[in-house]
Ligand binder design. Structure first.
Ligand code: UDX
Length: 436
């Protein structure tokens, strides 16, 4: 089957390469000529483990091609995926649907046979109806079904998530739409991935509800961590203790500096806007957004406390290890590191940092932070070392060397990747999350 993927960003490129790997003929389309040129040269626009090799082998087999020409790209495609960005609209937090609408109009103009148009971008409830209206207004003579198929890919693990999903959600209103989507995902049935058919509006809401629920789980354990510090408990044990109850589940209960990234912050805000529009408030999510926002700056204050408090901070130096919102990505969007660095800089602290993949995107966001060539260069003369992102490279630091290079042996571990007893036995003043 020929599949067209409109939008060759994170979701489009990963999904396109995986569909090609499953044997479909895939054309990835993007307006950005330089992105398409680079893809032709084998250069990926994002850092995602395994993506370059997956793209290269499917390009070599002829199943994966790239173009900027939408009309040519969708010609003969049975499934046309819309995988363009839906950023937060400036000012009101609503998802900005201008790219989705523009693609729908272009598809309506050029579609050359019966096809399904699939929204893969995260779009508010009712967007499928709007796309359907745009297609209907164009008076295309072909049978075109509009289907919602949200993605649940995690950055850094996107290929595995695509190939072995917990579930595939398809929101379709017609048999034609369901039949084509069955064909699209048939290769995954061999992996016994459950496919769930539902209405288009339910599928659209499932994506937001899933992300809001996960954001809530993280925020809940983060607040428990604060309480643990006050009452003298250990959040790692609390997390394990509650997570082994099958009704709660162990995942997404790792306390840290607050969630960031391209999805949770934007999708929780967009869900609040939808709830407001329909006069059906989701107060739990309102609280989650507020608590998470304030947590990021609070983490900066935690580091200040570790170096003797705000009043003694001026002129001190802090090393930040890890800048991206999580490991195995170069993505800096809404990363807690930004708020931590800003809080320190505002208090007059000199900040040096190192990240294995994120430095390039971090530089313009953190112009006052000195970017070091490796973790140990960042640590030199620091009054405290702070682990912000749990990259594997920071899990086994040479602590003797850290102690030698730093001005003071102070370690602030915002991801709880070290054992407090071991690190303290090595002479460190160790601070972590939710472990009194
Ligand atoms: C998320 C969803 O997991 C995915 O299904 C959706 O499609 C897109 O959004 P992603 O943003 O790539 O994926 O990252 P994820 O691994 O979910 O982490 C999000 C944030 O939560 C990160 O900042 C991470 O550090 C934080 N987090 C996650 C925690 O603080 N604790 C946890 O236990 C889990």
């Amino acid at each position: 089957m020929k599949i067209a993927m409109v939008g060759s960003g994170y979701v489009g490129l990963v999904s396109g390469a995986c569909f090609a790997d499953f044997g479909h003929d895939v054309v990835c389309i993007d307006k950005d000529q330089s992105k398409i040129d680079r893809l032709h040269e084998g250069v990926m626009p994002i850092y995602e483990p395994g993506l370059d090799a997956l793209v290269a082998s499917n390009v070599a087999s002829g199943r994966l091609t790239f173009t900027t020409d939408l009309a040519e790209g969708i010609d003969g495609a049975k499934a046309i995926f819309i995988a363009v960005g839906t950023p937060s609209r400036r000012g009101d937090g609503h998802a900005d649907l201008s790219y989705v609408h523009a693609v729908a109009r272009e598809v309506a103009e050029h579609v050359s046979g019966d096809a399904v148009v699939v929204t893969k971008s995260t779009v508010p409830v009712g967007t499928g109806d709007e796309v359907e209206r745009i297609l209907a207004d164009s008076n295309t003579p072909f049978q075109v079904a509009v289907v919602s198929n949200p993605e649940f890919l995690r950055e850094g693990a996107a290929i595995g998530d695509f190939k072995r999903p917990d579930r595939i959600v398809i929101g379709a209103e017609t048999d034609f739409g369901r039949e084509i989507m069955n064909e699209v995902y048939r290769p995954l049935f061999l992996n016994e991935s459950p496919i769930m058919f539902t209405s288009r509006r339910s599928a659209e809401l499932i994506k937001y509800a899933a992300n809001a629920f996960l954001a809530t789980k993280i925020t809940f354990i983060n607040e428990m961590a604060d309480l643990c510090e006050k009452v003298g408990a250990d959040v790692q044990d609390v997390s394990r203790g509650i997570g082994s109850d099958g009704r709660i589940g162990p995942k997404f209960l790792h306390a840290g500096p607050g969630y960031g990234g391209s999805c949770f912050p934007k999708d929780t805000l967009a869900l609040l806007k939808t709830a407001e529009d329909y006069d059906s408030p989701v107060r739990i999510v309102e609280a989650v957004v507020k608590v998470n926002d304030s947590r990021k700056r609070a983490m900066g204050r935690k580091v200040l406390d570790a170096i003797g408090g705000m009043d003694n901070a001026r002129g001190k130096k802090v090393a930040l290890l890890g800048l991206t919102f999580k490991p195995d990505t170069d993505d800096m969007r809404d990363s807690p590191a930004i708020a931590v660095a800003q809080t320190l800089i505002d208090a007059g602290v000199e900040v040096s940092a190192y990240d294995p993949e994120g430095m390039e995107l971090a530089r313009p966001l953190l112009p006052k932070v000195h970017m070091a060539d490796d973790p140990y260069a960042a640590i030199e003369n620091a009054d405290a070392v702070t682990i912000v992102t749990e990259w594997d490279a920071f899990r086994a630091l040479d602590l003797a060397r850290v102690k030698e290079l730093a001005k003071a042996p102070v370690l602030v571990d915002l991801r709880n990747i070290y054992n407090p007893d071991e690190v303290r036995a090595r002479g460190f003043d160790y601070h972590s999350i939710g472990r009194a």
